[in-house]
Design a protein around this ligand. Structure first.
Ligand SMILES: [Zn+2]
Length: 168
C-alpha cells in the first residue's frame, strides 16, 4: 500500500521522540490534516496486540508505541503499518491536534492555528494503569511527566506536590 500523504505535512527527525510530523505550511484551526489509517482488527485481536508493545516498553527509556485506535464497538484500527504516515505524530502535553472519528474514519485535526514548521502532536490519551511506564519528554511548560489522558492529570500533579520538600 502507498504511504498516506497530505500537502500539510512533512516527516522528519523530532526532538521529542524519533521521527515527528511537522507543518509544511500554516494550518488553520479545525483542519483535517491527515487520516490515521491502518489495519482493521477485532477487539479481541486488539487486546492481544496491545500487550506486546507494553511489555517491550518496560525496559526502554522512552514510551512504548501503541498504535491502536477505537473505531467502533466491534473494530479497532492498528496504525502500526508502514503506510500510515500519521503514526509518526508524537504525544505532547500541550498538543496542537486531536484525533477525531468522522464517519468511520480517524482524522488528525488541528485544535488551533498551526504555524509552518511547528511539530504536530496530540495527546495519546493513555489510561492511568501503569502510567509510570510511559514517561513524557515533551518539554512543554505544562508537561506532567507522563503520557497520560488529561482527565488523570490531577492524580499525578497531586503526587508531584506531595514529594516536594518543605520550604526553609
Ligand atoms: Zn509532556
Amino acid at each position: 500500500m502507498i504511504k498516506t500523504k497530505s500537502s500539510y505535512i512533512v516527516v522528519k527527525q523530532s526532538s521529542i521522540h524519533n521521527k515527528g510530523v511537522f507543518a509544511k505550511k500554516d494550518i488553520p484551526e479545525a483542519t483535517r490534516i491527515i487520516e490515521y489509517v491502518g489495519e482493521r482488527i477485532t477487539k479481541k485481536e486488539s487486546e492481544i496486540r496491545s500487550e506486546i508493545p507494553l511489555k517491550k516498553s518496560k525496559k526502554s527509556i522512552k514510551h512504548g508505541a501503541v498504535y491502536i485506535f477505537e473505531l467502533n464497538k466491534r473494530y479497532d484500527i492498528d496504525g502500526n503499518v508502514p503506510y500510515n504516515t500519521a503514526r509518526f505524530i508524537n504525544h505532547t502535553c500541550e498538543p496542537n491536534c486531536e484525533t477525531l472519528l468522522i464517519s468511520g474514519h480517524i482524522w488528525i485535526v488541528s485544535i488551533r492555528d498551526i504555524t509552518k514548521g511547528e511539530e504536530l502532536s496530540y495527546n495519546y490519551g493513555y489510561s492511568f494503569d501503569d502510567y509510570e511506564r510511559h514517561k513524557c519528554y515533551c518539554n512543554k511548560t505544562s508537561c506532567v511527566g507522563y503520557i497520560l489522558n488529561e482527565i488523570h492529570w490531577h492524580k499525578v500533579q497531586h503526587k508531584k506536590r506531595k514529594i516536594k520538600k518543605p520550604a526553609k
